[in-house]
Design a protein around this ligand. Structure first.
Ligand code: HEC
Length: 138
């Protein structure tokens, strides 16, 4: 009799735990509206990046990123972090973005967590979507 009570109590406990985990796992799943909103937010930031790409406002000499990298061509975000000859060490994509702002555009470097930097990265990554990651590749 006592054994049966212990067995039933144990089974009940297991059932409650399984139900709780199932509930928590489901609570983490995004809804369609979540995904729509998150995608919309991303697209907004990416479009800001595209605007900046074609504008001379990041520099001081009237040059824009798009003049040398039309549609973000030859920016290879999928290869970062990697060794960059110009800097002599392994760097992140944003470091190279700043290198181009400071050199070809003769501008002030951006703060790494600035809205503009995030927008530029979002745009560059968008143009290379689907390309396999290849960190360190030359
Ligand atoms: C006058 C031409 C010119 C302009 C304008 C220019 N770049 Fe570049 N960019 C270069 C050159 C040259 C390199 C070096 C090529 C290399 O190392 O692969 C480069 C490299 C890069 C890379 C790394 C590419 C790689 O393959 O690793 C990124 C990212 C980049 N530029 C972003 C930008 C951004 C962002 C802007 C605008 C703020 C910009 N560039 C404007 C000429 C330019």
């Amino acid at each position: 009799m006592r054994r049966r009570v212990i067995l039933i109590a144990s089974l009940t406990l297991v059932a409650v735990l399984v139900a709780t985990f199932a509930f928590l796992a489901k609570a983490d799943e995004p809804t369609e509206e979540d995904i729509e909103r998150w995608t919309e937010e991303y697209m907004k930031v990416k479009d800001e990046g595209r605007e900046l790409w074609g504008s001379p406002e990041l520099g001081t000499n009237g040059v824009s990123c798009g003049q040398c990298h039309p549609n973000a061509a030859n920016t290879h975000p999928e290869t970062y972090p990697k060794f960059q000859q110009q800097l002599g060490e392994v760097v992140e994509l944003r470091t190279m973005i700043n290198w181009c702002i400071q050199n070809p555009l003769e501008g002030e470097h951006l703060e790494l967590d600035s809205e503009e930097m995030i927008a530029l990265e979002a745009y560059i990554a968008w143009e290379r979507r689907g390309v396999e990651l290849a960190p360190g590749k030359h």
